[in-house]
Structure formats: C-alpha cells, structure tokens
Design a protein around this ligand. Structure first.
Ligand SMILES: Nc1nc2c(c(=O)[nH]1)N[C@H]1C(S)=C(S)[C@@H](COP(=O)(O)OP(=O)(O)OC[C@H]3O[C@@H](n4cnc5c(=O)[nH]c(N)nc54)[C@H](O)[C@@H]3O)O[C@H]1N2
Ligand SMILES: Nc1nc2c(c(=O)[nH]1)N[C@H]1C(S)=C(S)[C@@H](COP(=O)(O)OP(=O)(O)OC[C@H]3O[C@@H](n4cnc5c(=O)[nH]c(N)nc54)[C@H](O)[C@@H]3O)O[C@H]1N2
Ligand code: SF4
Ligand SMILES: [Mo]
Length: 683
C-alpha cells in the first residue's frame, strides 16, 4: 500500500523545500520536491533526495546511553530513559547547588530549522533553570545585525522575482551549491538576456557558469561596495529621486565614499580598477538589477560592514523600485512569529538568579569551556549541533570537551564527534518523525510538517525530551506541559498582518502558505516606496561609520602573522554536504578532504595536483589533498567544510585552523578570516 504525505526539509538551507513523501507499508521509500510549491518547483537537492540513507541508517542512535570508556572515546552502554533522565536531573541539580545555574550551558544551532524542536521547550527549560544564555552567532550574526541596522528589516527581494532581473550579482553566493532553488529563476532571467556576475575569492561551480567572475580578497567586500558607490556618485548615476524621497544622510555618504577611489579599492580588493569602474556603471544603469548576497561575505572580521555597505547599493540606484530589483540576503525577518510565547524568556525570573543570566557566545565555545570562571561551565547540553566539528578553534573546543569535570549531554540522531565526547547520549527523532513549523530564510512561505514515520528504537523529539527533563527537575509551570500544537498556535498568534489568515488548521490543510507580504499573485516589493524599518522610516546613509580596514588575519593585515602564514584560507560550504550533517557519507568526506590552491602558490611550494599537503597556523594543523588550478585567487586557499573530524587522518577538520575572533557586528563568526601556510607532506 502506498500513499503520499507532505513534509518540509528541516535543514539549514535558504530553500526550505516542500516535500512529498512516499510511504509504502509504513516505510518511507521516496522524498521529492512538491511541484506545486512556487520555489521548490518539484525538485530537491541531491543531498536530501538521498536522505533515506540517514533515516534508515544502521548508525542511528536508538537508545539512551551512558559513557563507559574515556571521554571522547565514544564507548557507551545502553540505559533506560528513566535512568538517563534521573541522572541528568541529579547532575544538573548538584551543579546548580554548587556553582549556580549559569554553570549550565546549552549549545544548539540549526540541525533542524523547526521552531518546536529548535527554539521552544528547550529554551523554556534553560530559562527556567537560569542557565547561561547562548548567543547563537555561528552563522549569520554579523549580517543579521548589519541588515537590521541598515534597512531596519531583515528581508529583501523575493526569489521568484529574480527571473525579471537583467543584471544579477551573486556576491559571496554559491547558488548552485547552497541555494539551488534560486537557480531556475536565474536561468529564466538569462534566457531573457540577463547577465550574471559572481564576486567571490573562489570560482566555485556557480562562478564557473557565470558570465563573469570577479576574484575578490576575502573580507574586502565593504571596500568594493564603497568603491562602486564612489563611481556611482562621481558619475551621477544614482537615483536622485529615490534618494531624496526615502533616505537621509546622503551628504555624509558622499563625503565618505570620496575616500574610496577605484585605484585604492583595487589594492584593497584585488580587482582591477577598470573592472570596478565598469561594474559600477553597469550595475547603476541596468534595470532591474538584483543582488543575491549570501552569508559568505559576512563570515569575516569585516563582515558586518560588508553587508552594511553592499545593502546601500540598491538604495542609491533605486533598484528597489523594480520587480526583479533589489537585494536578498535573508527573508527570515518577514516571519513575525511570537517567539516570546514559544521561548518564554520571562521564566528566567523564576530561576532564582535575580538578574539576567550571563551570555556566552557560541563562537567562543573553546574559551567558555576552558577559561570561564565565576562560575565555570560544568554542564554542557548539546542538541541540533555538532560543535566538535563546526565550531572554530577546534583544538581549544576539544580541550574543553575533554575536561573530566565537565558533564556533557548530547541529543543526537547519529554518532557525531560531539556525541563521542558525551557522558550521556540521548537519541533524537528526525523531521520525518516529529511535528514542526518552518520559517524560511530564502522565501516567503510558512510551512507545517507532521510526522510520517515511526521513530526507531526509543528516539524522542527534542521538545519531548525537554518536557521530560523539566518534569524531572520539578518545574511545575503549565507551559512545560504544552503540546507541540499549543506551541505552534502561540507562535502564530502574533497579530502581525503578514500572518493574517495563517493558522495551524489552514497550514494543516495546505502544508505551506505564503506570508501576506503582498496580495495574492502580486510581487512583494519591500522597499519600492521606502518603508525602511528605521525610526524615521527613511534609510539613514550616515548611520554607519563606513571605514574599511583589512581584517587582522589577512594578507593586508597583521604584518607578523602574514609573514608566517601568507595564505588566506576560505573554508566555504561543500556542495555535496550540509555543514556536518552528511559527514558520514563518503562523497562528502572526499569533497571535504581537498584543498584548492592557485598554481603559482603551489609551484612556489613544490606542490602538485593530488599531493598530500599539511595546512597549519598557530591554532592547529591538518592534512588534505591538494587541487592545483586557477579557481582560487592567488594568495587564497579553499577547503570545503564541514568534515567529520573522526574520518580525517588526524582527527581534526578545517576548524582546527579557523579563528574564534569575533566579527565587527553581532558577535558573529570569522571563519573566513584565517591565515595559514601550506606545505607538501614529506611522507
Ligand atoms: N550544499 C550546501 N548547502 C548549504 C550549506 C552547506 O554546507 N552545503 N550550508 C547552509 C548554511 S549553514 C548556510 S549559512 C547557507 C549559506 O551559505 P553561504 O554562507 O552562502 O555559503 P558559503 O559557501 O559559506 O559562502 C558562499 C560563498 O561566499 C564565498 N566567500 C567566502 N568569503 C568571502 C568574502 O570575503 N567575500 C566574498 N565576496 N565571498 C566570500 C565563498 O567562497 C562561497 O563561494 O547555505 C546553506 N546551504
Ligand atoms: N570552517 C567552517 N565552519 C563552519 C562553517 C563554515 O562555512 N566553515 N559554517 C558555519 C555555519 S554557517 C553554521 S550554520 C554552523 C553549523 O553548525 P550546526 O548547526 O551545528 O550544523 P550541523 O553540522 O549540520 O549539525 C547539526 C547537528 O544536529 C543534528 N540534528 C538534526 N536534527 C536534529 C534534531 O531534530 N534533534 C537533535 N537533537 N539533533 C538534530 C544533526 O544530526 C547534526 O549532527 O557551522 C559553522 N561552521
Ligand atoms: S537542503 Fe535545501 S535544497 Fe536540499 S531539500 Fe533541503 S531545503 Fe531543499
Ligand atoms: Mo549557516
């Protein structure tokens, strides 16, 4: 007997695909994209088409387990849920008594993007406990803060409208790898005569198909944007009417960008001065012009400034007026859920702490585990994340996880590196086995997914695990007994007009619904007539001090560092994987075991294609296989992330090299401001 059910891809990807699931005799036999969904359009990426290898993997964690071996060894014994929950509750209670509640640190990110399993009962639990508050900065914090400070709203051009653009800048955006459902719209645009340019230190698959690729120095995008604005203003190519109507602070901007003539910007960015001039003219005079900027540009020390400066471009040219014009970084700010109702930060007042709990930036997990005092972190509870693989400064993270006095709980689907470090491992369900509500950061559809498969063994959803833990901890507030549906209803009841008509019942019936950002069938033009989310409603060009300096960790940065480590490492996303989620697959392991190096840099080091090389800096050292060519800029090396460290010869991945220095805004991560040296392996 076969039937088709709806679901939603839960992964950390802008596309948030609507899925159709084939069930045969209770077993899921096929996943495909919903042909009716306007962005999914009937296809899935390859990684999720093959998701059933994960769903039915013999590696799935099935039962609660307790560590029997040494820390990190990954040897466990099966225990019952009762034993596991009792032990966790007792350990937490003792830690809270001895060290205070802030000695407990949650660690979660986007293993699932669902609201219920990602940011509801878990948050309630930690607020009620008075645990340290985790700042979830590892991905998008700098860009998020920059967009909020500049446009005032974190949304932009609808993906469906890119088909109308005539010039498309893919700025730090590997569309084919990390946002494949935008691609068909770009193809349509090209058929109507559009040109596509990529701006990236790496010529990835998307760059190879673009009409033109601009190699840019990592972390120098703010300088390029300032240079483009310099030319646009100097040549009078801006939209004076749009600027007059909807902005303020124009004179301050004009004054600022005067300091960024093409020659200076050429030195900072690595682009040729005439290319900067040409790009500025073409961008300002082609309509509609759309920019797809992705998070790659803000994963650097100057990432906030980069997003600020880039997002001023369509304001200056008035590109926001056009269907198919504007800029897209994220759409997530358009989903006005009542997050407070789901997460209940007010519960912290019951914790006995008597003040807001301290904040711990997730990018600096290694420091938190090894340096924090008053109180030290004594318990770490990990879910929806794999910090032993994904966090920067990995050697420091591992030193922290190895602490004998640290009590670590990991809620996981698979035996990740992080799970190997746990004292207690709890088995989690997959998206096919639990309920959730999904916003998107790449389109404007809200979606609901119901379980379609039975959990294997004794796996439970995160929300249920935190309900049970709350009960064990004696948290009696009624909110700890709320069902998943209660949580979803509360989150939907924000009263915001974008959610008008969107209820649990309506979602249940249809699966996905477009936000009421525009009337049915009409494009969403977020800033065509101003409407910026600033105090005055106008965009303020003078809000930011647009002063660019190269990152400390760059070839134009700290002189001492760059003399020892003269190459900049960009550890961009793999095409075949999704962060560390599919690290168990051989194809992902192969892709993440390579490092791309420019032929001139390779020749200078006696490195040939296929050689085994060592990449190192003061933080660590790893071995990879060299790919020599011209798809990275000179002075840049590129490795795909994120490998499962335990599959690597040295038990480390590229994050053994990356820095836990913070970005210029939002406390964001700086994975791509990273100096290294590369040498041929002797053996
Ligand atoms: N296949 C696949 N898809 C994914 C993911 C994945 O791991 N694999 N990860 C998901 C996640 S977590 C996210 S956040 C999203 C978004 O993911 P993105 O952040 O957009 O992906 P990245 O590959 O990190 O970066 C995009 C591009 O920016 C480039 N880049 C790096 N530094 C700079 C710079 O300083 N300037 C410029 N101009 N470009 C730079 C990189 O070389 C890369 O080609 O993708 C999601 N989708
Ligand atoms: N070098 C380098 N490092 C990076 C990046 C980079 O580009 N380069 N990118 C950074 C970025 S953008 C991000 S977003 C982070 C990603 O960091 P993470 O969000 O930690 O991403 P994943 O590696 O995908 O790990 C998610 C884990 O959650 C688990 N999981 C999935 N669903 C559930 C569930 O329902 N319940 C529970 N309990 N677990 C679940 C999965 O099995 C998986 O092991 O990595 C960052 N690290
Ligand atoms: S990972 Fe992205 S492209 Fe692939 S199915 Fe999920 S949402 Fe769609
Ligand atoms: Mo991310």
């Amino acid at each position: 007997m076969s039937e088709i059910r709806r679901s939603v891809c839960p992964l950390d990807c802008p596309d948030t695909c609507a899925l159709l699931v084939t069930l045969e005799n209770g077993r899921v036999t096929r996943l495909r994209g919903d042909p009716e969904h306007p962005v999914t359009r009937g296809f899935l990426c390859e990684k999720v088409t093959r998701y059933l290898d994960r769903q039915y993997s013999p590696q799935r964690l099935l039962y609660p387990q307790r560590r029997v071996g040494h820390k990190g060894e990954g040897r466990f014994e099966r225990i019952s849920w009762d034993e596991a929950l009792d032990e966790i509750a007792q350990r937490l209670q003792r830690i809270v008594r001895e060290y205070g509640s802030e000695a407990v640190l949650p660690y979660s990110y986007a293993g699932t993007m669902g609201l219920v399993q990602g940011a509801s009962m878990d948050r309630r639990f930690f607020h009620r406990l008075g645990a340290s508050r985790l700042e979830r900065t590892i991905c998008s914090a700098a860009g998020t803060a920059a967009l909020a400070a500049t446009l005032g709203h974190r949304y932009g051009t609808e993906p469906e409208q890119f088909r109308h653009a005539r010039l498309i800048l893919l700025w730090g955006a590997n569309v084919l790898g990390a946002n494949i459902h935008l691609w068909p719209f770009l193809v349509e645009a090209v058929r109507s005569g559009a040109r596509i340019y990529t701006i990236d230190p790496v010529r990835n698959r998307t760059g190879q198909l673009a009409h033109r690729h601009y190699f840019i120095n990592p972390g120098s995008d703010a300088a390029l944007a300032l240079g483009l604005m310099h030319v646009i203003l100097a040549e009078g190519l801006y939209d004076a009417d749009y600027v007059a109507r909807y902005t303020e602070g124009f004179d301050a901007l004009a004054e600022r960008v005067r300091r960024y003539p093409p020659e200076r910007v050429a030195e900072l960015t690595g682009l040729a001065a005439e290319d900067i001039v040409g790009l500025a003219r073409e961008y300002a005079t082609t309509r509609p012009a759309a920019i797809r900027v992705n998070y790659g540009v803000q994963r650097s020390e100057r990432g906030g400034l980069a997003v600020r400066a880039i997002s001023l471009l369509p304001v200056l040219t008035g590109a926001w007026r056009d269907v198919g014009g504007g800029l897209l970084l994220s759409t997530s700010g358009a989903f006005p859920l009542n997050r407070g109702a789901a997460e209940r930060p007010d519960l912290e007042a019951l914790s006995g702490l008597g003040r807001p709990a301290r904040k711990v930036n997730m990018v600096q997990l290694g420091r938190a585990l090894t340096e924090l005092d008053d109180p030290p972190v004594m318990a770490l509870i990990v879910y929806n994340s794999n910090p032993a693989a994904v966090a920067p400064n990995q050697n420091l993270v591992l030193r922290g996880l190895a602490r004998e006095d640290l009590f670590t709980v990991v809620i996981e689907q698979l035996p990740t590196d992080t799970a190997d470090w746990a004292d207690i491992v709890l088995p989690a369900t997959t998206f096919l086995e639990h309920t959730d509500l999904y916003i998107s950061y790449g389109h404007y559809y809200l979606q609901l997914a119901r379980p379609v498969a039975t959990p294997p063994g004794e796996a439970k959803p995160n929300a249920e695990i935190f309900r049970l833990l709350a009960e064990r901890m004696g948290f009696r507030e009624p909110c700890f007994r709320e069902s998943d549906d209660d949580i979803i209803r509360a989150a939907l009841a924000s009263g915001h007009p974008f959610l008008e008509g969107i209820t649990l019942e309506a979602l249940e019936e249809r699966g996905w619904m477009r936000l009421r950002v525009a009337p049915d069938g009409e494009p969403f033009l977020p800033f065509a007539c101003g409407g910026f989310g600033t105090p005055s409603g106008r965009l303020n060009f003078a809000a930011a001090r647009l002063d660019y300096e190269p990152p400390v960790e760059s070839r134009l940065g700290d002189a001492g560092l760059r003399s020892r480590y003269p190459l900049e490492l960009v550890s961009l996303k793999s095409d075949s994987g999704l962060n560390s989620t599919f690290g168990y697959r051989d194809a992902v392991d192969r892709e993440t075991s390579l490092v791309w190096i420019h032929e001139a840099d390779a020749a200078a080091r006696g490195i040939r294609d296929g050689d085994r090389v060592r990449i190192f800096n003061d933080r660590g050292s790893i071995r990879l296989i060299a790919r020599v060519g011209r798809d990275v800029a000179r002075g840049v090396v590129a490795a795909r992330s994120i490998r499962w460290p335990k599959r690597a010869p040295d038990g480390r991945n590229v994050n053994a090299l990356t820095s836990d220095r913070l970005a210029d805004m939002g406390g964001g991560a700086t994975f791509y401001s990273c100096l290294v040296e590369v040498e041929k392996c002797a053996d």
